[in-house]
Ligand binder design. Structure first.
Ligand code: SF4
Length: 342
């Protein structure tokens, strides 16, 4: 018996621009090079324990949404394995795999574009469980009623269309729709990022309530470390398609080891911390089309050495349930300047 519900083992994903016949002809006539591949994810391994909330954090373009889509079965991985309750998903027959991915549901960032504008709320919520034989047609009305109450919506709104709701209400509909197929894992991809702050708090409360019910495990993808600290048990920090640090919220927020995590944490606004200079991370996240050599963070890292330029650091244990990928951190010993380690 394993206490991990979902395991990603060395997941990689490469995108290559698709060329049509005309494109190939034009390229060969103009003697242009072949389209380059983009490595969105490289050797990402992580474990989601039963009942926990695992945050995945990083800047735009770091591969976190790609990872979420692979974990939810929306995108295929180029390499690696996924295990659900210890069973390898990619080795399952197509029916078992589809049934397994039904237990992993995803909630997207934009609540409007993820709902079919031509369908009424009742149909949006009841469609998947009806198709999958989880409810019969005569149970639909009471099922939708319960689903709307569960996410704090008025059950009398079942015949309305998505455009007749506010952004926060639409996200509640998305949550109700995801919950309708009795998932065991919810993958929330920037699910509160498009909402006003007060509405964000309401949706976060819905997630907290679902977490407290104890039947679900979450992967919470976000660029907002404040929200992650509030909601998650563990956090994985992603940089240019690789995990650079992973640990419990407590250890990672109190004693981050990787310079990128330290820089991200310095950017969180805190109330009552007095005047502190805002130190944004210098430079931009590099293009995954031409990633830097060695440690991908070296062009932005204030501590980069020649070893960092030449050699990619692997993830190493730096504490209990705490891994980081940095040449200057060995076990619990950090050779980084102390003012940045706070
Ligand atoms: Fe910075 Fe080097 Fe550590 Fe990368 S390996 S984070 S460049 S010190």
């Amino acid at each position: 018996m394993t206490d991990s519900i979902l395991e990603a083992v060395q997941i990689s994903r490469t995108f290559t621009a698709q060329e049509d016949f005309t494109g190939k002809i034009v390229r060969s006539v103009l003697r242009q090079p072949k389209p380059r591949s983009l490595q969105a994810l490289c050797d990402v391994s992580l474990t989601l324990k039963t009942g926990e909330v695992l945050g995945v954090v990083g800047e735009s373009g770091c591969g976190k949404s790609t990872l979420g889509r692979i974990l939810a079965g929306i995108l295929p991985a180029s390499a690696g394995h996924l295990r659900f309750c210890g069973q390898p998903i990619f080795d399952m027959d197509s029916i078992t795999r589809a049934q397994t991915f039904l237990k992993i549901q995803m909630i997207f960032q934009d609540p409007m574009s993820s709902l079919n504008p031509r369908k009424r709320v009742a149909d949006l919520i009841s469609e998947a469980p009806t198709v999958h034989g989880l409810i019969s047609p005569h149970e639909q009305a009471s099922f939708v009623n319960d689903a709307l109450i569960r996410v704090g919506l008025d059950p009398n709104s079942h015949s309305r269309f998505p455009h007749q709701f506010s952004g926060g209400q639409r996200q509640r509909i998305n949550i109700a729709r995801a919950l309708a197929v009795n998932p065991e894992i919810l993958i929330c991809d920037e699910s509160v990022a498009a909402l006003d702050v007060s509405i964000q708090a309401q949706i976060l409360n819905v997630f907290m309530q679902l977490k407290a019910e104890g039947n679900l495990s979450f992967i919470f993808i976000s660029h907002d470390l404040g929200v992650v600290e509030h909601l998650c048990d563990r956090v994985a920090i992603l940089y240019l398609g690789r995990i650079v640090e992973i640990g419990t919220v407590e250890t990672l927020f109190k004693a981050p080891k990787h310079p990128y995590t330290q820089a991200l944490l310095q950017e969180i606004p805190r109330i009552g911390t007095g005047k502190r200079r805002f130190n944004p991370i210098r430079g931009e996240i590099p293009s995954p089309l031409s990633p830097p050599s060695g440690c991908a963070f070296h062009p932005r890292c204030p501590h980069a050495t020649t070893q960092c330029v030449r050699q990619m650091p692997g993830l190493r244990e730096v504490g209990q349930e705490h891994l980081a990928a940095c040449h200057l951190v060995h076990g619990t010993v950090s050779h980084l300047p102390t003012e940045l380690s706070k």
